[in-house]
Design a protein around this ligand. Structure first.
Ligand code: PEP
Ligand code: MG
Length: 311
């Protein structure tokens, strides 16, 4: 199959970050890429792979059974490429599959999904990917194809890791499909307390970045179901326990020269932006509609920090 030359993927405007802390954008669906790029964001902090899968209305297994592996990989390549091209050469961070079983069950082929009492604590993210390496390798194959096509701005992010062994598992499979883990940019989400508490061990795995998934990190730290309205008033991303985990993780990452970022919803909140910039986070990813405000908030905070330092 012939692919478009990378020359067509040049940026429309010169790319120069407004602030020392980069401000990126979360892209919910590939179709929103153009609008997201127009915000002037420094890249994409989160593009969720499951949107490309869910939009086919089939589970990965069902899709592969009906159309074959090649078509499945193509589906992912096409979805990511649209965004990677729109943003080139700004980085686009793509997260591998992280759909809970209750979401997969809605899809064609979903009747085979396991029934779980707590899908959020269950079979999803990197756990499932490492358990079903075939499906995972198709995703990694898609990344390899994108790199071969010149989209070196694509970055790989693994969800719901708990510790270094999860990371080594993912790394081994990247290498198995032929991704040069020394050359490509890849990293993890910090969205379980376990991952925040073992980040020093993960630092030795070769990760380039750690990105805070505060939606889950808050849910798991506070034991507050993010989808349960009875406890919605207790879902507080700025809770001291959550901030402590984030702050410690940033410190450890800075010691190890690992970039940090946030891709959870809280990245769009001014209080969180202040906290992160003060801690020295590398980048913040916000929703499309919040990018402008976050850019200004980052700038204000950086200027205040400079003033404080000379006083
Ligand atoms: C998060 O947990 O903060 C996150 C960005 O991932 P998701 O919302 O897809 O679980
Ligand atoms: Mg999450």
């Amino acid at each position: 199959e012939e692919t478009e030359p990378i020359e067509e993927a040049r940026p429309k405007t010169p790319v120069k970050p407004m602030t020392a802390t980069e401000v990126k954008v979360n892209v919910s669906i590939p179709e929103a890429a153009e609008r997201a790029a127009a915000t002037g964001a420094d890249g994409v902090g989160l593009l969720r792979m499951e949107h490309m899968i869910l939009s086919t209305n089939k589970t990965p297994d069902k899709y592969v059974a009906d159309h074959g592996v090649r078509a499945y990989v193509d589906e992912i390549v096409e979805g990511v490429r649209g965004v990677a091209e729109e943003f080139y050469p700004r980085p686009v961070r793509v997260r591998t599959l992280d759909a809970p079983t209750d979401e997969f069950r809605q899809l064609e082929g979903g009747q085979d999904e396991p029934h779980e009492h707590n899908p959020m604590l269950g079979y999803r993210g990197i756990r499932r990917s490492l358990d079903e390496p075939d499906v995972f390798e198709h995703e990694l194959e898609a990344f390899k194809r994108l790199y071969e096509q010149g989209y070196d701005n694509v970055e790989i992010m693994f969800p719901l890791v708990n510790d270094a062994s999860d990371v080594y598992g993912a790394k081994r499979l990247m290498e198995k499909v032929g991704i040069d883990t020394g050359k490509r940019t890849w990293g993890v989400m910090v969205e379980t307390p376990a991952s925040a508490l073992t980040i020093d061990e993960m630092a030795d795995t070769g990760i380039d970045f750690a990105s805070f998934g505060t939606n889950d990190l808050t849910q798991y730290t506070l034991a507050v179901d993010r989808n349960n309205e009875n406890v919605a008033d207790r879902f507080d991303e700025l809770h001291p326990a959550v901030l402590k985990l984030i702050g410690q993780t940033i410190e450890t990452c800075r010691e190890h020269d690992i970039e940090t970022s946030i891709c959870g919803q809280a990245g769009s909140k001014p209080e969180m932006v202040n906290f992160l910039v003060e801690k020295g986070v590398s980048s913040i990813s916000a929703n499309i509609d919040a990018v402008r405000d976050v850019q200004h908030e980052v700038k204000r905070t950086e200027q205040r920090l400079i003033l404080d330092s000379v006083r």
